[in-house]
Design a protein around this ligand. Structure first.
Ligand code: AMP
Length: 189
């Protein structure tokens, strides 16, 4: 069983690479962004609780996010590995994830950060916006999400870097080349 985390700012290609990784390795994909969107769309109690903060582009409080993540992991007792996408975004979440993996007798095996500069990110997102409509992709909110990434989420990277668990991968280039770089990391013992 291998568990991995895929980091990257909004528009870095996490979604595209996740799909390819799931297909190749059979990971259970856990995207906290997708889960929150599902809850808000279906107007669950959790969805109503987080709707406002989510629509503003800010981060949902750790306690709520960690509880939802734990629940989602518990729904897949037979998983042969998880791919965490959009989680952890704070050091508290990273610590909670390590604790959860330990409880399950496993660990996070690879932590990958897809790196894309801000100019390229904004171009990609502008393109995506013409293809699909996502309320939180509106300009102002998008700025906030990118700012959240560079002001908060990047602080999680040193947490893993200090433990020699982080691999940075250039996320600019051909999709298949980026995918091959990620696979090379995962295929290492
Ligand atoms: P994403 O699609 O991953 O960018 O997530 C969309 C939104 O969901 C974020 O802007 C946050 O409001 C919320 N969210 C997703 N994952 C997390 C997380 N790990 N911690 C806090 N908020 C999150």
């Amino acid at each position: 069983m291998k568990n991995i985390i895929l980091f990257g700012p909004p528009g870095a290609g996490k979604g595209t690479q996740s799909e390819k990784l799931i297909q190749k390795y059979g990971f259970v994909h856990i995207s906290t962004g997708d889960l929150f969107r599902w809850h808000t769309k279906n107007q669950t109690a959790l969805g109503r609780q987080v709707m406002e903060v989510m629509n503003s582009g800010a981060l949902v409080p750790d306690e709520i996010t960690i509880a939802m993540l734990r629940e989602e992991v518990a729904r897949h007792p037979k998983a042969n590995g998880f791919l965490f996408d959009g989680f952890p975004r704070t050091v508290a979440q990273a610590e909670a994830l390590d604790a959860l993996m330990k409880e399950l007798g496993t660990a996070i095996h690879h932590v990958i950060a897809l790196e894309v500069n801000e100019h390229e990110l904004r171009q990609r997102i502008a393109k995506r916006r013409t293809l699909e409509s996502r309320a939180d992709d509106e300009e102002e909110k998008l700025n906030k999400r990118i700012t959240e990434y560079f002001s908060k989420t990047v602080h999680v990277l040193p947490f893993y870097e200090k433990q020699n668990r982080l691999v940075r991968i250039n996320g600019v280039g051909k999709i298949d080349d980026i995918f091959a770089s990620i696979c090379a990391v995962l295929d290492k013992a």
